[in-house]
Design a binder for this molecule. Sequence first.
Ligand code: UD1
Ligand code: CA
Length: 468
Amino acid sequence: MGEIQAVILAAGEGKRMHSTLPKVLHPLCGRPLLRYILDSAVAVAGEPVIVIGRGAALVRETIGAGWSYAVQEKQLGTGHALMQALPHLPEEGLLLVLCGDTPLLEREDLEQLIRDHGDSAATVMTAVPPDPTGYGRVIRDPGGAVLRIVEESDATSAEVEVAEINSGSYCFDLKVLREFLPLLSPENVQQEYYLPEILSLMREQGHRIGASCLGRWQVALGINDRCQLAEAAAIMRGRINCSLMRQGVTMIDPASTYIDFDVRIGAETVLLPQTLIEGNTVIGSGCRIGPGVQIMNAQIGDGVVIRQAVVAGSILENGAAIGPFANIRPGCRIGPGVKIGDFVEVKNSTIGAESKLPHHSYAGDVDIESGVNLGAGVIVVNFDGRKKHRSLIRRGAFIGCNSNLVSPLEIGEGAFVAAGSTVTGDVPAGALAIARTDQKNCAGLGKRLLEKGLQQDKKGRAEKEEKA
Ligand code: UD1
Ligand code: CA
């Protein structure tokens, strides 16, 4: 499409978000808002100029230093923002002007705008949403030619009734734009330099201005507040889910499946309801995930099963089975075929192939080799109140139920820890460790205690009845 330039306006205050975070950095399906329109712009134009202002340093840091930025020191309106970008742009050519807060516009929409622009001086992208509240309205003459755009705050009651809105995206002839941009004035209710005002200025001087009306109004959605953010997120989720399903992922209930933009999932994986997959998580094929699972920044192999669990910042190898009700915290590598069962927490640990932690355990800062079995309730005691310590459990060891392994220590290959032990030192390979008080049996005492209890109960009941 020839040499097309783009500017993205992203300096605004974002007042309606009521947030310390700049509006364009608010996350939408795991990425900052601004990233979406940036991607679409890059797909059709040369390297865009991003106008930043509010939270400029943070925006630059989050989006990356590799882009071309213009700084708008004071937020004096969209027209003023575009003025700041002019020194970064060539003298002439086509210019797309886009807003940082319209994340749903895709490449095809921008291509449509450029096609409809032809050789006009300016073309505004418009849409007809069911509720135009908050947007600038497109005022046309009886013949349908665009006369001007009026902001809602400046509109008459008749103008407010107009259904067609300004999407905030435009295509300009740069040479004409350079001539008219200095003519904008802040004489309006908001005392800002309104960019849309340039259309009527151009028209009055005989330039051709046009409108390119979107078929799907939803993609024009501008995010000014958190209701609109949620609305856009729902649409974006729909797109992400559809695309994954078309690649072979099954979703039992797409409406309750929340997947971030950068997540990758292999074919034949099944996602059950109430599942959140976040960050840059990668999931293999043939997995079964959910219901009730939250996964953040994890790498998951093939054939992994995860039910009612949280998995964060960890690697799960092929065929691992997690949950129900398990918590895999950051820094874990869970080997192939490992079973992590109910109410088990694992943190910063490696678990070797086919090892089992089936019930009620805590494994923190421990390296467990392959074929190890941790009985119910085993706790790796990694914290002494001041420092964290690390332990090692060698191949094939068996740790009996309700044992405490006080780190740092090493359990040798094939060693056996008796149930209920509190182990405070190394156990050699093949050894049996028992660390608990010996059992004592007192003949007949059990029966006597039970009978005494029964008699007391009987006496209590009789006294109550007497009183009543
Ligand atoms: C703007 C349009 C409105 C249109 C709507 C579409 C104007 C005056 N109004 O209104 O006609 O229907 O977008 O969503 O243009 N920005 C700056 N610097 C500023 C002000 C804004 O960079 O001084 C940026 C913002 O970061 C934002 C974009 O420009 O990304 C739009 O600004 P915003 O304040 O959201 O304008 P709207 O009120 O939505
Ligand atoms: Ca807006």
